[in-house]
Design a protein around this ligand. Structure first.
Ligand code: BES
Ligand code: ZN
Ligand code: ZN
Length: 501
């Protein structure tokens, strides 16, 4: 889809559809909506009068212009209450409006810049939000669907009356395109079935994204992983016929500095649970158990495109978790890269095992802070439900920045407490630590397991099990993988680089 900015009058704009908007409770539309209303001889105000158009959030009204405007259709999108309005609404309204118009067969659309006029928001940020909404809201994963006729939106034009704003809008579109595409790259990886996206294929896809964005990429196979003495990763991989990979991506935006942020992502390409096998119901969703890895790879791609002055290294241990005659068994003891031994009580608590080795390596490399991203625990999904991603942090300032970045991107981040006492749950009779604690507080004891390996390095652990997937289309979210928290990671790194806009 092509996305452009043009200085023009929306009422005179030639496209298959134009999009204007309305706040809830407005009786007489102003701005661009007012101009379109006048060109339609007051149709919009009449519908408001009759109570059919109310401007409620999510309300989409399509009017047929029957030759009164160059565009055959006008979509009036409700923006909801003015007090609740913001960039997150701009993104969601755009996504829903464009999905609706695509369904109707409109392949070219002109839209006003929601929020930039009456809404009083920063025009550049609005243009970015509209572009993210378009790119993410129109996303589809159709690789394995046959010759169904597909309607496509080919062209979206942000139509702005004030020519003086066009340059700023273009910058917003450029940034929005990169952030939206980054989220979609993460979705593409996570939606891919596990027979297609093996650890080897995952690494190849990471390599291709790295190449496209000018990142360094290194991929280790089983032999190198063995030489690196990553016994926890090897223990998880032991049951699978698919050999593991360890993926390393490097971005250098600040070559004069030795410091680099470490982004660590869980890369379980399929989590059957291993010998501690999961129930059949819903197990197919575990093809997305590499969503954390996908998000950090996609975020690195965006950094390569945006080039902020910061250094970052992504580490993604990638393997299946499968049962077989060679699989790790409950009671087995693994030795992580730092020499610590782990008693495996439940082979389904595998994410923390592969991350332990990645954390050891990240510390050796001097990466700081460490930010790991993982679909780690069902307990976190139970605690938060689908509207927030949980995280833990040893650094209050970094935690605040992550919350702020999530507010900015519309990916709500909720801080959980690290509780040192729960380390006791992880005491093993035979090894230095065991891989599961009690049933209660499962997300926290999982975090404390990682903390055992992180030690005193500044660290954030993001448990995205609540939000890796959605079961229906809603705003920018499309049924399937969400791409969370790709944009939040990028925003955080931009903010850390002092470039957050
Ligand atoms: N990948 C799962 C966690 C998960 C569950 C992610 C639901 C997304 C949706 C993880 O590897 C796992 O199986 N965790 C276990 C840990 C338990 C055995 C201590 C869990 O949460 O049940
Ligand atoms: Zn598991
Ligand atoms: Zn898992």
């Amino acid at each position: 889809m092509e996305i452009r900015v043009e200085a023009a009058d929306i009422a005179r704009f030639p496209a298959k559809a134009i999009v204007v908007n309305l706040f809830e409770g407005v009786r007489t539309p102003g701005g661009a909506t007012g101009a379109v209303d006048r060109a339609l001889d007051g149709t919009i105000s009449q519908l408001i009068e009759e109570g059919e158009v109310r401007g409620k959030e999510g309300e989409l009204t399509v009017l047929h212009t029957l030759g009164r405007l160059p565009a055959p259709r006008v979509l009036v999108a409700g923006l909801g209450k003015r007090e609740e309005f913001g960039l997150n609404k701009v993104r969601d309204v755009t996504a829903a409006a464009l999905r609706h118009l695509r369904r109707l067969g409109a392949d070219t659309v002109g839209t006003v810049v929601h929020g930039a006029g009456v809404g009083g928001l920063d025009p550049e940020q609005c243009a970015q939000a509209i572009t993210e909404g378009a790119v993410m809201g129109l996303y589809r994963f159709r690789r394995y669907k046959g010759n169904e006729e597909e309607r496509e939106l080919r062209e979206l034009v942000l139509v702005e009356a004030d020519a003086g704003k066009v340059e700023a809008l273009r910058r917003g579109v450029e940034r929005g395109r990169i952030l939206g595409q980054a989220a979609n790259h993460a979705r593409d990886l996570a939606n891919e079935p596990a027979n297609m996206l093996t650890p080897a294929e995952f690494a190849e896809r990471a390599r291709a994204l790295a190449e496209d964005a000018g990142l360094e990429c290194e991929v280790w196979g089983p032999e190198e992983i063995r030489n690196m003495e990553m016994g926890a990763l090897l223990g998880v991989a032991a049951g699978s016929v698919q050999p593991p990979r360890f993926i390393v991506l490097r971005y250098r935006g600040r070559p004069e500095s030795q410091q680099a942020v470490g982004l660590l992502g869980k890369g379980i390409t399929f989590d059957s649970g291993g010998i501690s096998l999961k129930p059949a119901q819903g197990m197919e969703e575990m093809k997305g158990d590499m969503s954390g890895g996908a998000a950090v790879i996609a975020a690195m791609w965006a950094l390569g495109k945006l080039r902020p002055p910061i250094n970052a290294v992504a580490l993604v241990p990638a393997t299946e978790n499968m049962p077989s005659g060679s699989a790790t068994k409950p009671g087995d003891v693994l030795r992580a890269r730092n020499g610590k031994t782990i008693e495996v009580i439940n082979t389904d608590a595998e994410g923390r095992l592969i991350l332990a080795d990645a954390i050891c390596y990240a510390k050796e490399q001097g990466l700081s802070p460490l930010i790991d991203v993982a679909t780690l625990t069902g307990a976190m999904a139970v605690a938060l439900g689908p509207a927030a991603t949980g995280f833990f942090a040893t650094d209050d300032a970094l935690a605040q920045k992550l919350i702020a970045a999530g507010e900015r991107t519309g990916e709500r981040m909720w801080r959980f407490p690290l509780i040192g006492e729960y380390r006791e749950m992880l005491r093993s009779e035979v090894a230095d630590i065991k891989n599961v604690g009690d049933r209660y507080g499962g997300a926290i004891s999982a975090a404390e397991f990682l903390h055992f390996f992180v030690e005193d390095t500044p660290w954030v652990h993001i448990d995205m099990a609540p939000t890796d997937n959605v079961d229906r289309d809603k705003g920018i979210w499309v049924k399937g993988a969400t791409g969370i928290p790709t944009r939040t990671l990028v925003q955080l790194l931009l903010d850390l680089a002092g470039e957050g806009v």
